[in-house]
Ligand binder design. Structure first.
Ligand SMILES: [Zn+2]
Length: 163
């Protein structure tokens, strides 16, 4: 049994008890969350979100990349969200190596440099500020007045706002 097989078995049980058919596509809370992919950060439970309530966009670091801006633009322009919440967290893996190291490793292993930037950081709060600025400065978003950023503590479960 692989981890995927285990998840498929879990889905069979989930589908048997499924009780939320017919939810609309636009998130009912009108919010999009951008968060790190960290396995300790369960965005739905941390923020009290249920099915159909929010868009959750995740990547390594919760970095506001061009692709995150693509998703936020679709979220706001086509699915009526108006608020953006950014969630970084303590003990992030993206603070354990550098862009230069990682690119050098990839180039050494494959002979190629990636077209993307890894997006590592050393100061989590500053990275939240940079991410807030990237969202607020996007020309494609309709709503940039309600954009807030937080650091989630993976050891206490608390969120701290970065202003
Ligand atoms: Zn992380």
């Amino acid at each position: 049994m692989t981890a995927t097989d285990d998840m498929l078995a879990a889905n069979q049980i989930y589908a048997q008890g499924f009780d939320k058919p017919g939810l609309p596509g636009p998130p009912s809370r009108g919010v999009a969350v951008v968060a790190c992919m960290d396995a300790r950060l369960d965005v739905y439970r941390v923020l009290g979100l249920g099915d159909g309530e929010a868009h959750v966009i995740r990547n390594a670091g919760g970095v506001v990349t061009d692709d995150v801006l693509r998703s936020l633009t679709v979220s706001q322009r086509k699915l009526q969200t108006r608020e953006v919440v950014l969630v970084h967290h303590t003990k992030c893996g993206m603070a354990t190596f550098t862009d230069d190291e990682f690119v050098a490793e990839l180039e050494s292993d494959t002979g190629q440099r990636p077209a993307w930037t890894p997006g590592t950081f050393t100061d989590t709060e500053q990275d939240v500020r940079d991410s807030l600025a990237a969202v607020r400065e996007s020309p494609f978003l309709l709503h940039t007045d309600a954009v807030r950023g937080f650091v989630y503590d993976v050891d206490s479960g608390t969120l701290t706002e970065v202003s």
